[in-house]
Design a protein around this ligand. Structure first.
Ligand SMILES: Nc1ncnc2c1ncn2[C@@H]1O[C@H](COP(=O)(O)OP(=O)(O)O)[C@@H](O)[C@H]1O
Ligand SMILES: [Mg+2]
Length: 255
């Protein structure tokens, strides 16, 4: 644990970083839009007008790709530095998981991924910010997808109750995480992927902790990774965060 002085310095640095990211955002946006326009204009040039048309197009497309990635990293970082307020409602974990999986359906089947989902027989009522919870699940599912390195690609998703708490488990048969890397993976900006941002897991952890949940990970190098997210039931959440909620919340049925 950092002492309070160091802790404050870190907090200050966080604020400076967030401010800087904000400053960069608008010019980066112009750069992105300009690259888009340039790419369009170049591709519409009639043949023979500019002999270097193809080369210029390649450069414009490379710029577009880099600025898009920068934009995504910046948004993710700002989201982490200034997490949005929790918009809590009563939701069913089974439905939230099913809807997140449906969102990835096309992508998974396109990549030949065998998705096996198993749901707890009855609904799992939670107090959650549905959008944020889906974001966390999506980050975990994308990590699982990106780790798949074998001919047979399998992602298993299971919901259930253990030790009196609802959980969702995401299991992949991908490359696994080397033991020495395991303590780094939740660190901000830590990534082993060429196009990674290292923001996925820090955001997941932030969201799960805000929901009073825990995240645990088991991995075997070469064999795969299992991530388990456990969350409090509605009643447990109310006991954990008394006063945080209005008594009446929008009901699942009405959403
Ligand atoms: N399911 C997984 N299988 C193997 N490695 C993983 C898995 N999930 C996360 N990792 C490792 O943790 C790192 C950090 O993940 P993350 O924070 O989502 O950032 P990113 O996906 O941008 O690299 C990844 O680069 C990867 O090395
Ligand atoms: Mg990721």
């Amino acid at each position: 644990m950092p002492d309070t002085k160091t802790g404050k310095k870190i907090a200050d640095l966080g604020a400076v970083a967030a401010g800087l990211a904000h400053e960069i955002r608008n010019p980066l946006n112009s750069l992105f839009i300009n690259s888009q326009l340039l790419e369009e204009m170049l591709s519409e040039l009639p043949e023979g007008v500019a002999p270097q048309k193809e080369e210029m197009l390649t450069l414009a497309r490379a710029n577009l790709k880099v600025t898009r990635r920068l934009n995504e990293s910046l948004s993710a970082f700002l989201r982490f530095a200034r997490p949005p307020a929790m918009d809590l409602a009563l939701v069913d974990l089974n439905r939230v998981v099913a809807e997140t999986l449906r969102f990835l359906d096309v992508d998974f089947s396109y990549h030949g991924i065998d998705l096996r989902a198993r749901y707890h027989a009855s609904s799992l009522p939670l107090l959650a910010d549905e959008k944020q919870l889906k974001q966390a699940l999506l980050n975990l599912l994308l990590n699982a997808e990106e780790a798949l390195d074998k001919e047979e690609k399998v992602i298993r998703v299971t919901t259930g109750v253990r030790d009196g708490r609802p959980f969702v488990r995401i299991q992949d048969n991908g490359r696994g995480i080397p033991r020495a890397d395991r303590r780094h993976i939740f660190r901000l900006f830590y990534t082993t992927r060429r196009e990674g941002s290292g923001l996925g897991l820090p955001i997941v952890r932030q969201i799960i902790h805000q929901h009073g949940g825990t995240i645990s990970l088991r991995s075997r190098e070469g064999a795969g990774t299992t991530v388990t997210v456990a969350l409090p039931f509605e009643a447990q959440f109310r006991a954990m965060f008394p006063g945080r909620l209005p008594l009446a919340l929008p009901a699942e049925a009405g959403r």
